[in-house]
Design a binder for this molecule. Structure first.
Ligand code: ADP
Ligand code: MG
Length: 245
């Protein structure tokens, strides 16, 4: 399992949960297009970070690099002390399963599995006993307000309900960090508001660390910190006020 680097650890100053250094990702489409261009980023445990950017600014690309779903052409990602960029595919998959929750714009639930089965699947994959899987999945569905929907298939639920199942699934194995790619991008504004509130509650009540990339400016209100991504560059560090201007 990759290099474990040491941080100064004390009760007062825990080390960063995520560090990205000089990250680059490019695509060659007749000419080289930098989707992520020299990104440096540090995320602290318990932080709620929102990265705002227009369509095509590199949000999905950046998030997949940070979560270890994709590899940069250069630079380094360190997640919870592990250098992701030096892990092989099996080690990366293991790291994602144990440390990372991921929420997608289009929910990405398994269509033929019920809400309960979608949430319990990643718990089962850790080798947990059946009684634990059942207990944890029920708790998670309760947490996102869907205890009454456990037997529903994705097609039998609203978009907001499907996204809440996806959030419960992302939280299944108590991830150190949850990444979300446009989690309100496919929801009406009222349902989007419910999802933003749920993220904020999970952050406040459980100290869940979040990195959300979105063009939904209203996410700025939930954030501890707001960054802007433009043409792959995370250039401007903005507070909530600035981000609205
Ligand atoms: N697989 C790919 N092949 C070629 N170009 C890509 C690919 N994925 C993304 N891009 C390009 O990279 C840039 C950033 O894309 P993306 O990360 O999807 O932005 P966003 O999520 O902010 O809309 C865009 O110019 C996009 O066209
Ligand atoms: Mg995107």
């Amino acid at each position: 399992m990759g290099l474990v680097i040491s941080y100064p650890r004390s009760g007062l100053s825990p080390g960063p949960i995520l560090i990205a250094r000089e990250l680059y990702k490019a695509y060659f489409l007749g000419k080289t297009v930098y989707a992520v261009n020299n990104v440096d980023l540090t995320v602290m445990p318990g932080e709620f970070l929102v990265v705002l950017g227009p369509s095509g600014s590199g949000k999905s690309t950046l998030l997949s690099l940070l979560a270890g779903l994709d590899r940069p052409i250069s630079g380094e990602v360190i997640l919870d002390g592990h250098v992701l960029t030096s892990l092989n595919e099996n080690q990366l998959a293991d790291m994602r399963r144990r440390k990372v929750g991921y929420v997608f714009q289009f929910f990405n639930l398994v269509p033929h599995l019920t809400a309960y089965q979608n949430v319990s699947l990643p718990i089962t994959l850790t080798g947990a006993p059946d009684w634990f899987v059942a207990q944890r999945a029920a708790e998670l569905l309760d947490l996102v307000g869907l205890a009454g929907r456990r037997g529903h298939l994705p097609a039998q639920m609203s978009g907001g309900e499907q996204q809440r199942v996806a959030i419960a699934r992302a939280l299944a194995n108590e991830p150190r960090i949850v990444f979300a790619d446009e989690p309100t991008g496919n929801l009406d504004s009222r349902t989007g508001g419910q999802i933003r509130s749920l993220f904020r509650e999970l952050n406040r009540d459980f100290g869940q660390t979040f990195v959300v990339v979105t063009h939904d400016e209203r996410f700025a209100e939930a954030a501890d910190r707001v960054l802007r991504l433009i043409d792959g560059r995370l250039s401007l560090v903005a507070g909530v006020e600035e981000s609205r201007s």
